[in-house]
Design a protein around this ligand. Structure first.
Ligand code: PMP
Ligand code: GLU
Length: 401
């Protein structure tokens, strides 16, 4: 008899962690694997943020915080949203969580009833579809492609909305594609949303600072949809604080209160030391942390030139975040050295086994023709990883299936 719930049996593992664990296990077995799997900055936490955490320990911030986070942190978030995104939020509309991951889950748990539909433009971040299913909802996937810069059109969105649609969930800048919606594109999506007042947009803006072109926009800045948007953000990416687990949502007050209710029963307020450090991070001029973005930009340009040289890869130059998401459909439905490659997941496994480079196949991002490489690692690792892939594929025999 299976003792596990139906819910847990339906749930998939996070493929980002599955592939990074596989790479780690191979390394532990003595195989020299370069892992371009997990998306997390390879920088240390900036010293002034670390100092704030030391101070918080010395000042005995050792008790429970309020469930949605310290008021001072929520004020700093409100100020940041005003400073960077021209958004007006009161601390009562903000809930600080254990990473953006929990912030998204809180919002979904607050909104989704059995079989409610949540629209996910693909490629989407791996956890979105599983989170929707965990809440008993139905993901509705909208396809995009390499040719449309992996973005949906307002017409596509409009056609997908049904009476059962509860939410639309996307990241801009996007993990995995590295695209983001321009002001005009967001405005036309906002017009569709405004015509459908039952729909909430969950706008994941966690890669906001990791951006190589113009500043990105938040859909919440369009007044006609402000009441229909939950903004998600956090400190994992822009401040290299992945392990400190601070993320947040900013929503209409009724939704923020619901998030607080859920979090109060699940995890309480997040780690108090990390919260105090987050206050310092958010109050510091983002220009102080620009050095990380400059380094990512340099790597992106190098990786782009190298990836373009790999046979069968169609590569878009990402505008933001730290991922490449090449279309490798050339290899799908073929055999490499006799091994059948159905989709990008098989291809990612082939690269791990034969080139000793870890990546994440696109199926769990809703794009089975693509493969994700994170370039949040050293230039040396990146050059060597791509050299290995190129040599491996050039030396392989590709035949029809
Ligand atoms: N959203 C996106 C698009 C992400 O890539 C990540 C990365 N983990 C998250 C949310 C979750 O971030 P956090 O570490 O704050 O939970
Ligand atoms: N967001 C990162 C990624 O996409 C971290 C892993 C995760 O949270 O899934 O790789």
């Amino acid at each position: 008899m299976n003792k596990l719930s139906d819910r847990i049996q339906r749930l998939g593992y996070s493929q980002t962690f599955v592939m990074s664990n596989k790479a780690r296990e191979m390394r532990a077995a003595g195989i020299d694997v370069i892992s371009l799997t997990l998306g997390e900055p390879d920088f240390n936490v900036p010293d002034l943020i670390k100092q704030a955490a030391h101070d918080a320990i010395d000042q005995n911030f050792s008790h429970y915080s309020p469930v949605p986070g310290f008021l001072e942190l929520r004020e700093a978030i409100a100020e940041k949203l005003h400073r960077d995104n021209n958004l007006q939020y009161k601390p009562g509309q903000i809930c600080v969580s254990n990473g953006a991951k929990q912030a998204i889950l809180n919002v979904l748990a607050a909104l989704i009833n059995h079989e409610d539909e949540v629209i996910l433009p693909a490629p989407y971040w791996v956890s979105y579809a599983e989170m929707v299913r965990m809440m008993d909802g139905e993901p509705v996937i909208l396809d995009t492609s390499y040719h449309s810069d992996f973005k949906i059109t307002p017409e596509q969105l409009e056609r997908a909305i049904t009476p059962k649609t509860k939410a639309v969930l996307f990241s801009t800048p996007c993990n995995p594609s590295g695209s983001y919606y321009t002001y005009d594109e967001l405005q036309s999506l906002a017009q569709v949303i405004a015509r459908n007042p039952q729909v909430i947009v969950i706008s994941d803006e966690i890669y906001e600072y990791i951006n190589y072109e113009t500043k990105t926009q938040s859909i919440a800045a369009f007044p006609e949809v402000y009441e229909q948007v939950a903004v998600i953000n956090g400190l994992s990416k822009g401040y290299a604080m992945t392990g400190w687990r601070i993320g947040y949502s900013a929503c209409p007050e009724w939704l923020a209160k619901a998030c607080e209710k859920i979090q109060g029963q699940m995890t309480s307020g997040p780690n108090t030391i990390a919260q105090r450090a987050a206050i310092t991070a958010l109050k510091t001029d983002p220009a102080e942390f620009q050095y990380m973005i400059d380094e990512f930009r340099k790597r992106k340009d190098i990786v782009y030139e190298l990836l373009k040289e790999i046979p069968g890869f169609k590569v878009l130059l990402p505008k933001a975040a730290f991922y490449f998401f090449p279309d490798i459909s050339f290899y799908c439905g073929k055999r490499i050295n006799g091994q059948l490659i159905h989709d990008a997941d098989d291809f990612a496994m082939f690269l791990l086994d034969h080139a000793h480079v870890g990546s994440v196949g696109g199926t769990s991002f809703g794009s089975p023709d693509c493969i994700r490489f994170s370039y949040a690692t050293s230039e040396e690792n990146l050059r060597e990883a791509i050299r290995r892939i190129k040599v491996c594929l050039e030396e392989s025999v590709i035949t029809p299936a």
